[in-house]
Design a protein around this ligand. Structure first.
Ligand code: ADP
Length: 214
């Protein structure tokens, strides 16, 4: 998986960048002279800056400036990660199955919610665990209540497309105050009809952050 690198340059490294920007191409010796330090004292900073792609070290010529934004972009491939790269397997069930059966599926598949589909397998709703708890308060026979009766339904479902960025997904999860988004592909021949191809949850995003740190 691609990772995030947060780069905090030191004051010395920033100074080196400014010198190279203004005087490129410039040798390591001349940079050291400008900063009044030894060449050896600069070695590790120059290695870091060339490894990050901020400076280019040309043999016998000296250091040239490549560009910070370019380097930061390359070092932050997280920005290029798409929802389809990290999405999980969704739990989808038909709208006519009972609330009781959905509860069983949620336990068996260790899911946080279920996405509900219609007869043609198009997304038509979502049920969360709290929705199921709510339905079980009272004297309803849950084996007789179709999940379609208690679900949050289209068009009020927050979805995300496979090609969306993780920032779009995170923003949608937060603003809509939900735990999970169905990842969808729109049917080209039927506007407003979506097939569920994955799920993007707060749990998936949190695990991703941990993996990136490691
Ligand atoms: P919980 O209800 O267990 O806290 P959520 O915060 O995910 O879980 O759900 C809150 C409410 O929002 C529920 O009524 C649920 O049906 C609905 N919901 C869940 N996911 C979505 C979604 N992607 N789009 C719209 N509504 C959703």
């Amino acid at each position: 998986m691609k990772g995030v690198v947060i780069i905090q340059l030191t004051k010395r490294q920033e100074e080196i960048i400014t010198i190279v920007k203004n005087q490129e191409p410039i040798t390591g010796e001349l940079i050291a002279e400008s900063l009044q330090v030894t060449r050896a004292a600069l070695r590790s900073d120059l290695v870091v800056l060339t490894m990050l792609g901020i400076l280019d070290a040309k043999p016998k010529v000296g250091y040239c400036y490549i560009g910070q934004s370019q380097a930061l972009k390359a070092a932050n491939p997280f920005q290029e990660t798409r929802v389809s790269d990290v999405m999980g397997v969704p739990l989808t069930v038909h709208q006519d199955i009972s609330v009781y059966d959905v509860i069983v599926h949620i336990f068996m598949e260790d899911a946080g919610c279920a996405f509900i589909v219609d007869e043609q397998d198009y997304l038509c709703g979502v049920v969360s665990r709290k929705d199921l708890l709510k339905a079980s308060i009272g004297s309803n026979d849950l084996t007789k209540v179709p999940v379609g009766m208690i679900m949050t339904r289209m068009p009020n479902i927050a979805t995300v497309e496979t090609g969306a960025s993780l920032f779009t997904a995170a923003e949608r999860l937060v603003t809509r105050q939900v735990d999970s988004l169905p990842v969808v592909q729109q049917d080209k021949s039927q506007a407003g009809k979506f097939k569920v191809v994955g799920k993007l949850s707060k749990t998936i995003l949190s695990k991703l952050f941990l993996e990136i740190r490691e």
